[in-house]
Design a protein around this ligand. Sequence first.
Ligand code: BES
Ligand code: MN
Ligand code: ZN
Length: 490
Amino acid sequence: MKVSFAATRPQGSHALAIPVRSEDALNHRLADLDSAARALAERSAEAQRFEREIGAIAETFIDEDGAARRLLLVGYGAKQDEVALHERVGGALTAKLLTSGETKLVIDARGLDAGAACGLAFGAAARSWRYDLYRTKLGRKQKPTLEEIVLFGAGEGAKKAWAAYDAMLDGLDLTRTLVTEPANVIYPESFIERVRAALDGTGVDIQVLDEKQMAKLGMNALLGVGRGSARPPRLLVMRWNGGTPGKKPVALVGKGITFDTGGISIKPAQGMEAMKWDMGGAGAVAGAMLSLAKRKAKANVVGVCALAENMPDGNAQRPGDVVTSMSGQTIEVINTDAEGRLVLADAMTWTQRELKPAAMIDLATLTGAMVISLGHEYAGMFSNDDGLADALFNAGAASGDKLWRLPMGEAYDRIMDSQIADMKNSASREGGSITAACFLGRFVDEGVKWAHLDIAGMAWADKASHLYDKGATGFGVALLDRYIAANHEG
Ligand code: BES
Ligand code: MN
Ligand code: ZN
């Protein structure tokens, strides 16, 4: 989507959107239209019971110099402090117009400051994302027509502020694409090639560990997960050094299971196709790295993606197998479907030894139990550091990628003890997201600030929302971008 800012309303064919707050006098908002158009718009808004709720739209066709102009009055609500208000309004507009036949949306942004106007444009652009690559039979009316969004009259500096939002859109696009692509297209090696292409020229330094290098380092927990697959596992490392040279980086670690059959502890067929997005954590980390690099974030950030495919096979690991992780700790693999924690364990050990991070944040579609407890509104957050948890919570609230903190602690941790090894990878269903977090906690070194975000309920949506259509949400990109901006720059 092309987004631009103009001083005045452009000429030519377009749909015109006019935001209306509860307290606005409608005739004032419509002052630029001629009196016939104004009267028509007012009457049709009333006929459509337009009450200016956030994102509500009243549509009218008016006559402008003999042409039929689509006019959208869009509600801005009354509560001006609503988080992501502008994004919601923008998203509502593109959801409405994407396949409407209109190619250009012009938004009257007079009275909006730079941040509000950018939020509006960001929401509009984010909501317009779709992936039609494999739809060869889309009808004419199903194809998107909207190509361009112009905001006019926004406050000083909107054009300049837009660059950071535009970078975030690139990150979202990468994450959503990786998450949407099926597992015959995206597997560890092709994930890396996609990311490499997207990061090309951004200044992000890429390092890849193959299975031989990982074996040498003793990453048997990660390697064990990939054993049943014809697609070999990989560790992808992306370094962005935009901050003070030598300053300890923030490490972002992503679970990248490009397909999770469950392995020998195989999942039921029903719904298994969803497990193509079990790399949503890694996808978010890659997208965040792209967005940070594109806006030249003044911080040192490293993204680490633990990539593997979890398949059943003659070579696959079995329930009951014991593996020695890179940390030296041994793990009894009770359930081969609890594979995310296995790949993350080694990725986190590698990250701490190699990078000595100032903070380590992992993102993972880790447990079905997370979806049961928080549904699709919040990702679960677990942390050993209150300061880090608060910072992430605030970034979540501000970005719209909301987080809710859950407890950890000894009593939960003890549940992961094993008879034969240092720990087991799965226990009873009760508190499943918490015990998974405790498992990961055993791989966090003394003194390392760490947070684990279980995004199982957030990476994919079965229902459209204000910022995305059904499908990949891009959850985590805006969150991480905001977290870095608010805590590690300047
Ligand atoms: N990738 C799944 C978790 C998941 C399930 C994410 C549904 C999104 C939607 C994970 O690897 C898994 O299979 N977890 C098991 C753990 C159990 C075996 C301890 C689960 O949640 O059932
Ligand atoms: Mn699994
Ligand atoms: Zn999984």
